[in-house]
Write a protein that binds this ligand. Structure first.
Ligand SMILES: [Zn+2]
Length: 174
């Protein structure tokens, strides 16, 4: 969508659209990502020195950003925000899975079943990997990251031999 209001101009260097109640923010270079997105994302999941994708529930944004802030105006009645680099389908898919996890109770239940099927040492291993990427030690947030990485990364990502499909081998925070 095109942003006309000058108050929204800080968001203007990115491309925005809402699809299925998810606001997508697409950037070309990290410098185009507005400070407000970094601020909120850091509050949500800790400092992200090497992040390239971000995900935020709309409720979180509304609780941590003043009414009338550019991002809130843009959000409208969307329920979730995802931000990713243009052309990076892997990161887009990862962030979309966070939206799915937040918005679809059936999917959430499925993820929980999957998680409970892991042995406790497998669960510990998953937590170790995610903590080493810098995520905060919050079991609910880690479960959300687990499902997004498990569905998009190579089977060896967590080193627990679960046989998930995926093709990426670099390890970047998302
Ligand atoms: Zn993520």
């Amino acid at each position: 969508m095109e942003i006309k209001s000058p108050a929204l101009s800080t968001l203007n260097r990115m491309e925005w659209h809402i699809q299925h109640r998810v606001l997508h923010g697409i950037y070309r270079t990290r410098q185009d990502v507005p400070e407000e997105v970094y601020r909120l994302a850091t509050l949500y999941e800790g400092l992200l020195p090497h992040g390239q994708g971000w995900n935020l529930p709309a409720t979180w944004i509304k609780n941590h950003s003043p009414r009338g802030s550019p991002l809130r105006v843009l959000l409208g009645d969307a329920e979730y925000l995802i931000v990713y680099p243009r052309g990076d389908l892997q990161t887009k898919k990862h962030e979309l899975l966070h939206a799915e996890y937040a918005m679809n109770p059936d999917y959430r239940a499925q993820v929980r079943t999957d998680w409970l099927s892991l042995t406790s040492s497998q669960q510990q291993r998953v937590h170790q990997v995610l903590l080493s990427l810098g995520y905060p030690n919050d079991p609910e947030l880690l479960l959300d990251e687990y499902q997004a990485y498990a569905a998009t990364e190579r089977p060896s990502f967590f080193g627990i031999h679960k046989g998930h499909k995926g093709q990426r081998n670099k390890t970047k925070r998302k």
